[in-house]
Design a protein around this ligand. Structure first.
Ligand code: NAP
Ligand code: HSE
Length: 428
């Protein structure tokens, strides 16, 4: 057996302790599979005195993760602190500078600084691996960059924030409004310290930016993503969508269009019977489409100690075996700058509105849609006890530009009782 692979782990929270546990409990299996012993030599976190439920006394302690990253006896720097800047960024640069490979679960760091880090790593002949950064335990980075390497990727999409999917499915099953379920999720400890990372769609967009880079050979472009969170999804929309045969998901979609790279993260309707429509609770799902493979669907836990540490260890094992690959699947210097394209491809839309219950109100709305070239596929009006009639419309495929024109005109009428809701229906 060749020399052992020596890890330095910065960050001993949920994921870091999960990694320590696997390295200890699966030592023989890891050695058998990689041909090398995998050992931890040193660790770092903020508080050296904290009881973390495992005995860490056998490892050297470093207060400073940068010092850990530079240690001569560390081969792989495992960054599990989190945050796009500060210690995580400084220590990752330091590790690459000192000739170490890096494994990280940090999607924010790579979505915002991945290009510079990848260029640094590749210039130095080092690797950065980040399976755990996207969809936790699902090996989607491997699937895209290795298993589907012979495909031109046509579209990637997915539900990649478990907390949002928990909130949306819990709203549907309990009938509770968003604010109540948000509080439940908070009480259960599901939300990030800054909850807008989850419900604002930012965490999932970090992940989408990384998938896009691998899929389309473009530089990670978080700023090019159109982002809308779930904060405005109402229980009325969840019920109405279900009534029309759909479920609402915070869906990330990336695809090339004639005008550039379309990347969007937004609440969308998907058919209830589809794999995405059936996704419950905190589970993640990623759908990958390629010219040869057509479509594959990956489903699994997107977070948590075991699943995330499992993904980290997959990367560590690849390094132990000597498997090396450019960070985003092709040399970083060959990645194109992406040209962001606002959602231009036509899609059907779901519209919910409250109209004055008087003769001609619906006709006015139908005329406006027709004038903008938006064709109605299905329509439903519900019973009501006040003077406003709830109306649902599913359109045929239309562009967002045409729809926005119609929505603006509708709001200028005297029949609209509240701002209409428009959600895209994604073909999945
Ligand atoms: P966590 O439980 O909050 O743990 C973070 C760890 O980093 C803590 O041990 C903390 O030290 C340490 N740390 C933070 N800032 C530090 C600094 N400046 N210097 C030294 N140590 C520092 O976080 P986590 O959930 O394990 O997440 C770690 C990474 O994995 C993040 O990038 C996250 O986005 C990613 N991730 C997490 C999950 C998940 O399910 N949790 C899933 C996918 C990806 P103290 O303990 O002393 O405070
Ligand atoms: N907050 C994230 C989620 C954790 O809910 O999916 C994993 O990134």
């Amino acid at each position: 057996m060749t020399s052992s692979l020596r890890l330095g782990i910065a960050g001993l929270g949920t994921v870091g302790i999960g990694v320590v546990k696997i390295v200890r409990s699966q030592a023989a299996l890891l050695a058998a599979r990689t041909g090398r012993q995998i050992e931890i030599v040193a660790v770092s976190a903020r508080d050296a005195t904290k009881d973390r439920g495992v005995n860490l006394s056998r490892y050297d302690w470093e207060d400073d993760p940068v010092a850990l990253a530079r240690r001569d006896d560390v081969d792989v720097f495992v960054e599990l602190m989190g945050g796009s800047d500060g210690a995580a960024r400084d220590a990752t640069h330091a590790a690459l500078d000192a000739g170490k490979d890096v494994v990280t679960a940090n999607k924010a760091l790579l979505a915002l600084h991945g290009q510079a880090l990848a260029e640094q790593a590749e210039a130095a002949g080092r690797v950065i691996r980040f399976e755990a950064a996207v969809a936790g335990g699902i090996p989607v980075i491997k699937a895209l960059s290795e298993g589907l390497a012979g495909n031109e990727i046509t579209r990637v999409m997915g539900v990649m924030n478990g907390t949002c999917n928990y909130i949306l499915t819990r709203m549907e099953h309990s009938g509770l409004p968003y604010a109540d379920v948000f509080q439940e999720a908070s009480d259960l400890g599901y939300l990030e310290a800054d909850p807008t990372l989850d419900v604002g769609g930012i965490d999932a967009s970090h992940k989408l930016a990384l998938l896009s880079a691998i899929s389309f050979g473009t530089r990670p472009d978080f700023d090019g993503i159109e982002i809308e969170g779930i904060e405005r999804v109402s229980i009325d929309d969840i019920r109405a969508a279900a009534d029309m045969g759909y479920r609402i998901k915070l869906l990330g979609v990336a695809q090339r269009t004639g005008r550039g790279l379309e990347q969007r993260m937004q609440p969308c309707l998907v058919p209830e019977a589809s794999a995405l429509g059936q996704l419950e609770g905190g589970t993640n799902m990623v759908v990958l489409e390629g010219d040869s493979v057509e479509q594959i669907v990956l489903r699994g836990p997107g977070a948590g100690m075991g699943p995330t540490a499992s993904a980290v260890m997959g990367d560590v094992c690849d390094i132990a075996r000597g498997f090396r690959m450019p960070v985003f699947g092709q040399p970083a210097t060959s990645l194109e700058a992406s040209v962001p394209a606002r959602a231009v491809l036509p899609a059907p839309y779901y519209l919910r509105m409250r109209l004055a219950d008087k003769p001609g109100a619906l006709a006015k709305i139908a005329t406006i849609l027709g004038n903008s070239g938006v064709s109605i596929d299905r329509m439903r009006q519900y019973g009501h006890s006040d003077s406003a009639a709830p109306v649902l419309i599913v359109t045929h495929k239309t562009t967002r530009v045409a729809l926005d024109e119609a929505l603006t005109a509708m709001q200028a009428t005297d029949v609209m009782r509240s701002a209409p809701v428009a959600l895209r229906i994604e073909a999945v």
